[in-house]
Design a protein around this ligand. Structure first.
Ligand code: TYD
Ligand code: MG
Length: 454
């Protein structure tokens, strides 16, 4: 008989046959707990022995029309949703505690209510008075949103069935308690079955449900990862401590593109959408300084400019430090190796710090060339021209490869007042009026061109 996988990691949701101290998948410690079985049905009978009902089958040539969508009117939110909220869908909004999930969803609830949806907001964490206080702070106290403070899932589902809202917001899934599951709220089994009940209720009743999930490091509470597979759309709300802006990122979306982002700023009166994120991320940039380079990345469907900063200093340690914020450390090691072996720019005995300003996280290899430029600029103590934007992928041979959406990136740079672009050579280079292009074939040529013969 196959071993039952009833031990689950509360951080990443991976299931195991036995308990262990560290999760093999996500390497978190003390996150694996035993989950009780969800299945309730006649026990002791194999599925093959008892007959169920036949299910209707259909063909691939879809007869159903596009599901109706409602726009919130907040461009940044609608884009991340893939073009508005879809009827009868389930969404998960994950994020660290205190990042602004409740604020975002209360503001969204008010918008959707104003656009004609019947919206119910259920808070399992805060009292009605607390939510009302937040609504007053946001100037939304007159919005037609219905409110309740409750954690009992059975009562919530009964209420939703009677009220028939178009949208229900559940804040948060970790506080919900399904009385048919024999474990504490926040445990893997409770979170899973609550999310499952809510999702299937939403599908059956043509309601959209948004569930809030706190990202937790503590094994006693299940994180949002354990329900990601059940829902149609997974959004993460992210931000950096000490920064006012927040990024809403779609990591999964059955109704639109994943990887789309929306940028907001947390103000004293709630979240305000940022229509021009490039300007925001570059706004703190001072005069041209060694180690500072402007990169144009693609986030979802949009180009976005940001600053990459590097600092290189003699190391007092036998093993110099390599410290990265906002980029992949393996990729940094690779670029340092290419600079050293293909361009003769060694970093031995030097500490290297790399930072993507504003707390952004970049995962594109298109940033390679900008990172290399920042590293060499810091090492040589030579600033790059302030009005230049740099991007391109570096291969291990030191050759430069053109990147996708070059034209969009160039246009964004031109729009924000940049006059020079340094990019890899490519067969058909797009030209953007007002932008002077400098090309490089390989990294050695680039270093020589920009920093002079060495
Ligand atoms: P909240 O939405 O409660 O976070 P979450 O639900 O993700 O735990 O937001 C909490 C933070 O946001 C809190 O530190 C206060 C701040 N905040 C503002 O700065 N401006 C506002 O208008 C509101 C409502 C909150
Ligand atoms: Mg909250």
């Amino acid at each position: 008989m196959a071993k039952e996988l009833n031990f689950t990691c509360s951080a990443c949701g991976t299931s195991f046959g036995k308990w262990s101290g560290q999760c093999d998948a996500c390497k978190e410690w003390n996150t694996i707990t035993q989950s009780t079985a969800l299945a309730s049905g006649p026990k002791g009978k194999s599925l093959g022995a008892m007959r169920g009902k036949t299910i209707p089958l259909t063909d691939l040539d879809t007869q159903e029309k596009e599901p109706p969508r409602t726009y919130s009117g907040v461009g940044e939110l609608d884009r991340v949703l893939g073009g508005g909220l879809v009827k009868a869908s389930a969404l998960l909004v994950g994020g660290d505690p205190g990042i602004g999930k409740s604020t975002l969803l209360l503001q969204a609830a008010a918008r959707f209510a104003r656009n004609g949806l019947k919206v119910i907001y259920i808070s399992g964490e805060e009292s009605n008075a607390q939510v009302q206080m937040r609504a007053r702070r946001l100037g939304l106290e007159k919005s037609p949103v219905m409110l309740a403070s409750e954690t009992n899932l059975r009562d919530i589902l009964t209420t939703l069935e009677a009220e028939k809202p178009d949208l229900a917001i559940i804040d948060s899934i970790q506080t919900m308690w399904a009385d048919n599951v024999d474990s504490a709220p926040g445990s893997v089994s409770q979170v899973r079955s609550s999310a499952h009940e809510l999702t299937s209720f939403a599908k059956r009743n043509g309601m959209a449900v948004v569930m809030v999930g706190h990202v937790t490091k503590d094994g006693s509470i299940a994180g949002p990862r354990v329900v990601e597979h059940m829902v149609d759309t997974v959004l993460y709300f992210q931000g950096e401590r000490g920064h006012q802006y927040r990024i809403l990122r779609a990591v999964k979306n059955r109704f639109g593109p994943a990887d789309e982002i929306g940028v907001f700023e947390m103000t004293g009166k709630g979240l305000v959408e940022v229509k021009n994120p490039s300007a925001l991320f570059l706004s703190e940039r001072g005069k041209p300084a060694p180690g500072s380079v402007v990169f144009c990345g693609i986030e979802g469907s949009r180009p976005m400019l940001c600053e990459i900063q590097a600092l290189v200093a003699p190391s007092p340690h036998s093993q110099p430090r390599r410290s990265v914020v906002g980029w992949d450390s393996g990729r940094l090691a690779m670029i340092l190796a290419v600079l050293e072996s293909r361009c003769g720019v060694p970093f031995t005995g030097l500490d290297v710090y790399l930072n993507v300003a504003g707390g952004l996280r970049i995962s594109e290899p298109a940033a390679d060339l900008a990172v290399a430029a920042a590293l060499v600029s810091a090492r040589e103590d030579a600033a790059l021209p302030a009005e230049a934007v740099i991007f391109g992928e570096i291969s291990l041979s030191g050759a430069l490869r053109p990147v996708v959406q070059t034209e969009n990136r160039l246009k964004e740079a031109q729009k924000l007042g940049f006059t020079t672009a340094i990019v890899p050579q490519q067969a058909k280079q797009p030209a953007v009026a007002g932008l002077q292009m400098r090309h490089a074939d390989d990294l050695a040529g680039f270093v020589e061109d920009v920093f002079g013969a060495r």
